[in-house]
Write a protein that binds this ligand. Sequence first.
Ligand SMILES: CC(=O)N[C@@H](CCCN)C(=O)O
Ligand SMILES: NC(=O)OP(=O)(O)O
Length: 331
Amino acid sequence: MRHFLTTEDWTKQEIEALLEDARALKAAPQSGRLRGKRCALLFFNPSLRTRTSFQVGIADLGGTSVVLDAAGTWPLEVEPGAIMDGEAEEHVAEAARVLSTYVDLIAIRAFPKFEDWSREREDPILAGFVKHATVPIINMETIVHPCQELAMLMALQARHGDLAGKNLTLTWTYHPKPLNTAVANSALLAATKMGMNVTLLCPSAEYMLDEKFMEAGRGLAAAEGASVRVSHDIEDAYRGADAVYAKSWGRLDQIGLPMEERLTSDDLRRFIVDEDKMALTNIATFSHCLPMRRNVKATDAVVDGPNSLIIDEAENRLHVQKAVLSALIGS
Ligand SMILES: CC(=O)N[C@@H](CCCN)C(=O)O
Ligand SMILES: NC(=O)OP(=O)(O)O
């Protein structure tokens, strides 16, 4: 039995095969590959794209899905051995095993709570389901977002062809709230796996991603003869980029502090993706996972410009997830 938890568990050839199948599914959306199959989609956080594209995609393949919003199910405990005298009414040991008797696959979205990174970086909710469920698990975004990775790669390949040797600048952007690092971790993993040279642009060393993802990215890049570098210099990081990917994230060293102590300096609004910065690039494409605050993360001119891939990438979520579902439980 195979899961889709992180692309780190899938070889480059397997990722290429998923992308190839996604293109086939885009051309011929309907099939009976999931006939008789039932999927549970469990959301601990909001979603527009993931929720819709999974439900529609499962229907396209002849399967059925049930969406469970965590707010509408029982508060869940995931710690092994917990004395459950707090908020949680149910342990993942039961939740995962019971769901496994009803459905053929469980997909989970569970962002870190940004309370204790040393624990959250182990992805405890997803790990709890993997441990106790007896059906395949798909990660719909936890500390990585592998479905977004595939959608990003599909959009980049459609525009750039072979991605090997192309330069991707992954830029941090301002956002009023400290956001999850999952999509940034994932953009790094996906791009390096395909042999792109990644420049990670962020304001200072405090904004670095978790070293385990940096190390993984460096390893993947090295295997493809590509590179990962970090820059805190906006002009330097944009120069020569073929693709710009934007994401905001909160400082890992501030996780657990009260929100009023985690405010981002207004000065960092200058990291917005705008036409002046894009003019430094090699006529780069622009993308972002969405949802996106316009004129905070990127200007309207960039978002609505001819090199913006945001809608293509979002559409691709449907196609790539159908390929993943087919690979895990399809006939
Ligand atoms: C506003 C917010 O929390 N955005 C999330 C959503 C990512 C895509 N699902 C983030 O930027 O991490
Ligand atoms: N990009 C993405 O995962 O979108 P949603 O959060 O709307 O699902």
